[in-house]
Design a protein around this ligand. Structure first.
Ligand code: HAM
Length: 422
């Protein structure tokens, strides 16, 4: 036998047993998004590399070292999407969705980043992303945040908390950057290699460093929140009061800077203490300059993306166990006439919304019962000669000691619904 080929590191198979939780989360998210008037958009996995350089930023970890970039057969540089905002803005401009319009959009799918794989951090991961265009007021920022909170409630997740910050406008950030660089220059001896590099290119990212040795120095750094322009400060104040009115708790974190360069004003992260080092399950903010930066007319915008792997991990920890696509009923059919009747009966049950798997291999009762058990179904319906002539099935629980009972064909839906409480 030749050696089996393995998956690419950091890219996971989602096996049928876990897909049930994913589908549950996706369904709940789609319902919440719809309730706020968001519509789905489907976008390419590949874009021109330049799109990400111009949006996420040249000196960000994502663009500098995490993209899957290659030249196609025409020598054009393309990248697998590391996130969805840039592609969504590109599509909005290209298809005329943004100018003078209000758009509320969402997308779901795989993203790719060549990061060091660990718990909660993968090279292929999945996001549900939300992008809203044409609304400058903080009411939109509040809507995005309340939508997240509604989803956690719907999914029964309690320990997810909100961190909030404002990055102001590019102009006030530039002034603050000078202040910060002055401060950091005075601390040069304390900086690590990464921070020294960022001191020239992207000093705000130093505030985001996880290096414990730098935390004291970061704590004492001047805070951008103290240097916001008047309009940004008012925007942030209004957002906070909207969240207060809605009774939503949050923590202002002046060190929250995000790893993508396109943000202006509001940024936020939903964080859980149950995820280990990769604690952020959902993150986003406002990006009022990006549409223009990518060649569109000036258009205010904001959004967020939630990490599906992290969300599903939280659901699994809670013990959420949707049926996972397992059938409710497995048909055990002994002999050719029973097989013919079983297939028709199964079709009728499916018309009634019952999920049914029919044995399509045949053979002895014992071998069919073994397959019934392995299918994960809750019940087996047996049809042999005796059942056939009486118009019955023998219904047997595969998961409990419940006594086997005989049920007329036409009452099977009703009996199953009662037993399975659905
Ligand atoms: P992001 O913070 O880079 O933002 O990613 C959003 C979320 O995706 C993270 O909070 C995390 O849950 C998940 N995530 C990111 N990288 C990985 C990874 N390597 N493995 C597993 N999960 C991961 C964005 O992508 C922005 N586009 C969000 C946004 C939308 N801002 C405005 N609109």
């Amino acid at each position: 036998m030749s050696r089996a080929i393995q998956a690419v590191r950091g890219m996971n198979d989602l096996l049928p047993d876990s897909v049930g939780l994913w589908q549950h989360a996706e369904r709940c998210a789609a319902e919440v998004l719809q309730a706020y008037g968001y519509r789905e958009i489907r976008l390419p996995l590949l874009e021109k590399t330049d799109l990400y350089v111009r949006s996420i930023g040249q000196v960000t970890d994502i663009v500098e070292k995490e993209m899957y970039t290659f030249e196609d057969r025409n020598g054009e540089s393309l990248s697998l999407r590391p996130e969805g905002t840039a592609g969504c803005v590109r599509a909005g401009i290209e298809n005329g969705l943004l100018h003078n319009q209000i758009q509320r959009l969402w997308y779901a799918g795989a993203m790719f980043r060549h990061e060091r794989p660990q718990r909660g951090r993968y090279r292929q991961f999945h996001q549900i992303g939300v992008e809203a265009f044409g609304m400058p007021a903080p009411e939109l920022d509040a809507e995005l945040i309340l939508m997240g909170a509604r989803l956690w409630r719907k999914l029964g997740l309690h320990g997810v908390s909100l961190q909030l910050n404002s990055l102001g406008t590019p102009a006030c950030r530039a002034d603050y950057r000078k202040l910060l660089v002055d401060y950091l220059e005075g601390q040069r001896a304390a900086l690590d290699e990464d921070s020294l590099r960022r001191l020239e290119s992207n000093p705000l990212r130093i505030l985001d460093s996880k290096n414990p040795a730098l935390q004291g120095m970061i704590e004492r750094a001047p805070s951008l929140l103290d240097h916001l322009d008047a309009e940004s400060a008012a925007h942030f104040g209004r957002l906070r009061s909207l969240l207060d009115d809605a009774g939503l708790a949050y923590k202002v974190n002046p060190r929250l800077v995000r790893g993508l360069d396109y943000y202006t004003r509001t940024v936020f992260e939903w964080v859980s203490g149950d995820l280990g080092a990769q604690a952020t399950v959902c993150a986003g903010g406002r990006y009022d300059g990006l549409v223009e930066q990518l060649g569109g007319r000036p258009t205010p915008a904001a959004g967020f993306a939630l990490g599906m792997e992290r969300l599903v991990e939280l659901l699994a920890q809670r013990g959420s166990q949707p049926h996972g696509g397992r059938p409710w009923l497995y048909m055990v059919l002994i002999g050719e006439p029973a097989q013919r009747r079983g297939v028709l009966l199964a079709e009728r049950l499916r018309d009634d919304g019952i999920t049914v798997e029919c044995d399509a291999v045949g053979g002895s009762l014992k071998s069919q019962m073994r397959r019934a058990d392995r299918s994960g179904a809750a019940y087996a319906a047996l049809i042999g000669d005796a059942e056939l002539s009486a118009g019955l099935v023998s219904l047997k629980s595969l998961r409990s000691e419940e006594a086997q009972e005989q049920v007329p064909d036409d009452r099977l839906t009703q009996v199953l619904r009662q037993k399975l409480a659905c």
